[in-house]
Design a protein around this ligand. Structure first.
Ligand SMILES: [Fe+2]
Length: 502
C-alpha cells in the first residue's frame, strides 16, 4: 500500500498538474496542432530497446486488492528509412504492460512487436508494405493478409491469462510472451484456419470460453471461432454473410453471436480506384440498412437478420437476452467512413465537422422480428466496456470515453471518462492538455456486485509529452482518481487493453 494518499483538498487546490507532479516539468515541443503526433514521434525510426521501468512512484492510494497486469495495444512506429505511413491504424504494433503487485509497486514494460512484417522491413531498412489507410512507394507484392499484420489493435488473454495474443483484425492472432511481451509467431487454431482472419474483439465469457470471428473484405463470408477455456479451438465455421465487408466488433448472449453489419462495400479488382488504399476502396451504400444478425451458438448455420436505418459502428457494449428480446448497446458512428479518412497522424482537427457519435441501445424482438432503436442523449462517446463477469448476461454498468466541448479543436480524441449505472451518468474530465485512452473495468475480487471495483486507464498529457495511468473507484469516477502513476516518457496513443488479475 502506498503511504502518500492525495487528499481531495490537495487535488482541488493543486489541480491535476500539481497532483501529477507535472508542475515544473519542462514542456515538450508539442502544440495543440501536433499533440497527437507527438505521442508517436519518439517511437519512429530504428527500433529502440524495450521500455522498462520498475518501482514507478504511486500518487494517491493504490488499492491493495488491485493486483495483476494491464496490457494495452496500439499502433506505434510509422516511419522507417525514407517511408512514413500516414494513417493512425497503420503503425507497427506495440504492447504495454503495467504490472501492480498490490503493495504499491507498479512497473511498466513496452515492446514493439517483432512481426514477420517488421523483421522483413528492418532487414530492408525501410517500410515495404501498405497499411489499411496508407500506401508506400515500391510496395512488395502481398500474397497473404499476415504479410501486413501489425498486431496493433487489441489483446486476448486466453486460458486464464496463460496465453496472450496481440490482435489485428484482418489476419492471425500473434502469440506473445505474457512476461517479456516478445512475439512468438502467429497462432494457427487448427490446420483449417491457419492464416484466416481473427478479429480484434473476441468475447471471453464468464466460464473462459472465447468466441471470435474473422472477415475478408469483399468475400461475403465470416469465419466463426469457439475456443474452450483451456485455449483450444472447439469449433470453427465459415458462413455466408452479405454486407460483412468491415466488421470490427461483435457481442455474445447466452444463445447468440450478435453482429451489426454496416452498409459499407469494399470494391475489388476493376471497381477499385487506381492506387487506392484499402480504406479508399470502401464505399457507403446510402440505400442499404444496418443489419443486426443473430447467429445461433449451437448451430452456426442458423442466422436471423433484423433491419435498421443504415448507420456505422466500431464498438458494441454488452448484449443479453431478456423477455423474448436480445438487447445490446453500441457507439453509433453515423459518419464512420469520413471519420476513418480523417484519422491521419499527419493532419489534425479534421474530424470536428463530422456528426457526433452517440450511445444507442437496440431491442431485437425474437417473436416479431422487430428491431427498436433508442438513443440516450450521450454524444461523442466511444470505447465502451462493461463488467466482464456479466458478458452475455443482463447488465447495467458501462465505462466509456467522451469528448467534452472544452477540448481544443485541433486535438483529436477524448478527454473524459464516463460511467453509466443504468441511466445514471458519472464523469471525470482530465482537463486541458490531456488525451484519454480506453478505460476498462476491473472487478473487486470476491463477492462484489456488478460495477464494484475499479476503472483503470491511461491518458497522454501532450504539453509534457508524458503518459499517466489512473485508477478510479468505479462507483465514484466523478470524484477523480484514487491513485495515479506517471511514466517518465510518453507512449504512442493506443487502442484497446485487457486486464489479467494475479
Ligand atoms: Fe476496436
Amino acid at each position: 500500500m502506498n503511504s502518500n494518499p492525495l487528499s481531495r483538498r490537495q487535488w482541488l487546490q493543486g489541480g491535476l498538474a500539481a497532483g501529477l507532479g507535472l508542475a515544473g516539468l519542462p514542456a515538450g515541443a508539442a502544440t495543440a496542432e501536433h499533440a497527437w503526433r507527438s505521442s508517436y514521434a519518439p517511437h519512429d525510426g530504428p527500433r529502440k530497446p524495450p521500455l522498462d521501468t520498475r518501482d514507478l512512484p504511486v500518487q494517491g492510494r493504490w488499492p491493495s486488492e488491485l493486483r495483476g497486469t494491464l496490457y494495452r495495444a496500439g499502433p506505434a512506429r510509422r516511419q522507417l528509412g525514407p517511408v512514413t505511413l500516414t494513417h493512425w491504424f497503420d503503425g507497427d504494433g506495440m504492447v504495454q504492460a503495467f504490472r501492480f503487485d498490490g503493495r504499491g509497486k507498479v512497473s511498466h514494460r513496452g515492446v514493439l512487436l517483432a512481426t514477420p512484417k517488421l523483421l522483413e522491413e528492418e532487414a530492408a531498412g525501410r517500410l515495404l508494405y501498405p497499411g489499411f489507410g496508407s500506401r508506400v512507394p515500391d510496395e512488395r507484392p502481398v500474397t497473404s493478409p499476415d504479410q501486413l499484420n501489425v498486431a496493433n489493435i487489441n489483446l486476448l488473454a486466453a486460458a486464464g491469462g496463460r496465453d496472450l495474443y496481440a490482435l489485428w483484425e484482418a489476419g492471425s492472432a500473434l502469440s506473445i510472451d505474457p512476461q517479456t511481451l516478445d512475439a512468438k509467431g502467429f497462432k494457427a487454431w487448427s490446420p483449417d484456419t491457419r492464416g484466416l482472419p481473427f478479429s480484434a474483439h473476441p468475447r471471453v465469457e464468464p466460464d473462459g470460453t472465447v468466441w471470435s470471428f474473422g472477415y475478408l473484405p469483399g468475400s461475403g463470408r465470416l469465419v466463426l471461432y469457439e475456443i474452450d477455456p483451456t485455449g483450444v479451438l472447439r469449433r470453427q465455421h465459415v458462413m455466408a454473410a452479405p454486407q460483412a465487408d468491415m466488421v470490427h466488433d461483435f457481442a455474445t448472449t447466452e444463445r447468440y453471436l450478435v453482429f451489426l453489419l454496416m452498409p459499407l462495400r469494399f470494391q475489388r479488382g476493376a471497381d477499385a480506384p487506381a492506387d487506392a488504399s484499402f480504406l479508399e476502396r470502401y464505399r457507403w451504400d446510402a440505400d442499404a440498412p444496418l443489419i443486426a444478425m443473430l447467429v445461433d451458438k449451437s448451430d452456426f448455420s442458423v442466422a436471423r437478420r433484423f433491419e435498421l436505418p443504415g448507420t456505422g459502428v466500431f464498438h458494441l457494449g454488452n448484449a443479453w437476452e431478456q423477455g423474448g428480446t436480445v438487447q445490446l448497446g453500441f457507439a453509433e458512428q453515423p459518419a464512420i467512413l469520413p471519420l476513418m479518412r480523417s484519422l491521419r497522424v499527419d493532419a489534425a482537427g479534421a474530424a470536428d465537422a463530422l456528426p457526433p457519435t452517440s450511445w444507442v441501445t437496440l431491442r431485437l424482438d425474437l417473436a416479431s422480428g422487430r428491431a427498436v432503436r433508442e438513443a440516450h442523449g450521450l454524444a461523442d462517446v466511444e470505447f465502451p466496456r462493461f463488467d466482464p463477469r456479466l458478458c452475455g448476461r443482463p447488465s447495467r454498468f458501462a465505462v466509456m470515453l467522451q469528448r467534452s466541448p472544452r477540448m481544443h479543436a485541433a486535438v483529436p480524441g477524448m478527454d473524459t471518462v464516463l460511467t453509466l449505472h443504468g441511466e445514471r451518468v458519472q464523469r471525470f474530465g482530465y482537463g486541458d492538455g490531456w488525451i484519454a485512452e480506453e478505460h476498462l473495468f476491473v472487478a473487486r475480487p470476491a463477492r462484489s456486485r456488478e460495477g464494484e471495483g475499479w476503472v483503470l486507464g491511461t491518458a497522454y498529457h501532450w504539453p509534457s509529452e508524458r503518459t499517466a495511468l489512473s485508477v478510479f473507484d468505479a462507483q465514484a469516477v466523478g470524484a477523480g482518481p484514487v491513485a495515479r502513476v506517471r511514466l517518465p516518457y510518453g507512449l504512442p496513443l493506443g487502442l484497446h487493453g485487457q486486464f489479467v488479475g494475479g
